[in-house]
Design a binder for this molecule. Structure first.
Ligand SMILES: Cc1cc2nc3c(=O)[nH]c(=O)nc-3n(C[C@H](O)[C@H](O)[C@H](O)COP(=O)(O)OP(=O)(O)OC[C@H]3O[C@@H](n4cnc5c(N)ncnc54)[C@H](O)[C@@H]3O)c2cc1C
Length: 468
């Protein structure tokens, strides 16, 4: 096919459930490409010699032109293994990565039109493997008799276990909750990431000999030192960021105020939660959007998002904002809560203030400035602050691990080693709330370091992540 012909193919769109059919259930909203659509989209890739999508866009540097090239040749299984060379979670990342800010945001085709739909092509390949009952994990090395403990079963813990199990380490994941997957299962709703996708990754890890222990809180039921005494030669901390950040305003302790990730955790763990008819969600990121869309699915009728900047500054992806609005959530822009009013210990109204945009702040976005005297009230049954999360530090009980001023674990960025040589950390526990792909990358770096540490090798010389 000539480049001109490739350029003439429009970006292919996936089918989606219509909004009225979405909000009554948790079925996946976006369908996979069918074969014809996937091949058509793959034909749009220009196979750049210096692919920015891979080098600058993808946090784990997936070889995007290679897997798209193989897909084009109908070598789908080979395409999958090309992704697996760098990614521990293709089916997950293809669904939840913020592609428009990463690979697709760097695609040259995006300069004069629409970028290649890289996420959907990755998903097509990953789902094809599952649909065709192919093994999604390469065989692991024979056991080397060395034990490693992973604290937390989110993408960071899963990825560290994935790479170490492949090298023959006996890995045990300790998870405080009864369900596995971290924010992939207790945060992100199933309509964006079906649970069978995450479960398949755990099945593959178990087939590789990874042991999984749930309902154990490290730092409380067992300490890091206990793990060392039990013969684990190194420990990886991937505990994420699960403590909701508070608004810090009067009335936050009233009944009817539930924080974002706490609400999502309850729903995702199958507990019956009803927020009432009128719900106000505070925030503009992924979590706020997931909370608002979930509230509709758990029976609320009028769901508002209160955001202190404008839609243009929302850190969520455009596709998520579109889905949110299609489903009937209203975004109340340039407004912030100042006080929560109640009667008899229960929330009744939220007092808000109008904002205007001032000078850009450290993030480059114009900062919201309150407009004096512009206070107004909103009646609500529930308010859900979803403005960020902090790291829960229970896991460090009894050990003197260094922390940053944001109470995240401090590591050497090149190795993910903490100030205690046998303890490594990565993912949201180090970065604060970020993305699955960034957790995967840090976990990969940590896995390589743990191997080097256990083998008595130099932690820095000749690493995979220093090769290019
Ligand atoms: C609602 C929501 C939506 C999101 N949407 C996206 C998205 O669309 N795209 C994207 O890329 N990212 C998204 N993220 C962020 C992404 O999920 C996280 O960045 C990622 O899961 C971090 O991985 P992690 O392994 O570091 O931590 P987590 O996934 O948080 O996993 C940490 C695990 O450690 C366990 N744990 C904690 N303390 C202990 C302890 N003391 N002992 C034992 N276990 C412990 C926790 O229970 C948890 O299972 C979203 C997050 C949320 C909350």
């Amino acid at each position: 096919m000539k480049p001109k012909e490739r350029l003439a193919i429009p970006r292919q769109k996936p089918k989606e459930l219509v909004p009225a059919d979405r909000v009554t259930n948790f079925y996946e909203v976006v369908s996979n490409f069918d074969q014809e659509t996937a091949f058509k989209e793959a034909d749009r890739c220009l196979q750049c010699k210096k692919p920015k999508c891979m080098i600058a866009g993808c946090p784990i540097h997936n070889n995007i032109p290679k897997f798209i090239g193989l897909l084009r040749e109908n070598k789908i299984e080979e395409a999958y293994w090309a992704i697996r060379e760098t990614s521990s979670l293709p089916a997950v990342c293809s669904r939840v990565c913020p592609h428009e800010f990463q690979c697709e945001g760097s695609c040259v085709r995006g300069k004069k039109g629409d970028p290649v739909s890289i996420g959907m092509l990755e998903r097509y390949i990953a789902d094809w493997m599952v649909e065709n009952k192919k093994n999604i994990m390469a065989p692991c090395a024979l056991p080397n008799g060395k034990k490693i403990a992973l604290v937390g079963s989110g993408p960071a813990g899963m990825t560290t276990a994935f790479y170490l199990a492949h090298q023959g380490y006996a890995c045990t994941i300790f998870e405080s909750l009864p369900i596995l997957g971290g924010m992939l299962t207790v945060g992100i709703p199933a309509y964006r990431l079906p649970r069978n996708i995450v479960n398949a990754e755990f099945d593959a890890l178990k087939n590789c000999g990874v042991k999984i222990v749930t309902d154990v809180v490290i730092g409380k039921d067992k300490t890091l030192e206990d793990l060392k005494s039990e013969g684990f030669e190194a420990v990886f901390i991937g505990v994420g960021a699960h403590d909701s950040r508070k608004l810090g305003i009067d009335g936050e302790d009233l009944e009817g105020v539930t924080h974002g990730v706490d609400y999502l955790r309850e729903v995702n763990m199958g507990k019956p939660v009803h927020l009432g008819k009128n719900v106000v969600v505070v925030g503009g990121g992924n979590v706020a959007i997931d909370v608002a869309r979930t509230a509709l699915r758990t029976g609320s009728e009028n769901v508002f998002i209160l955001y202190r900047r404008t839609k243009a500054e929302m850190p969520a992806s455009q596709a998520e904002i579109d889905h949110l609005e299609e489903e009937g959530v209203t975004i109340e822009m340039l407004a912030a809560p100042v006080k929560i009013h109640g009667e008899g210990g229960k929330l009744s109204q939220i007092e808000c203030i109008r904002m205007e945009l001032g000078e850009p702040d450290d993030s480059g976005r114009r900062s919201p400035v309150p407009m004096e005297g512009s206070n107004f009230m909103i009646d609500a049954d529930s308010i859900i602050p979803a403005i960020s999360q902090n790291v829960n530090l229970t896991s460090k009980e009894g050990v003197d691990l260094n922390l940053s001023r944001w109470n995240t674990f401090i590591v050497d960025d090149d190795t993910m080693q903490t100030n205690i040589d046998w303890v490594f950390a990565g993912g949201d526990a180090v970065l604060g709330p970020q993305t699955a792909a960034k957790a995967v990358y840090q976990a990969k770096v940590a896995a390589e370091s743990i191997h080097r540490f256990v083998e008595g090798l130099d932690l820095r010389e000749g690493r995979f992540d220093q090769e290019s």
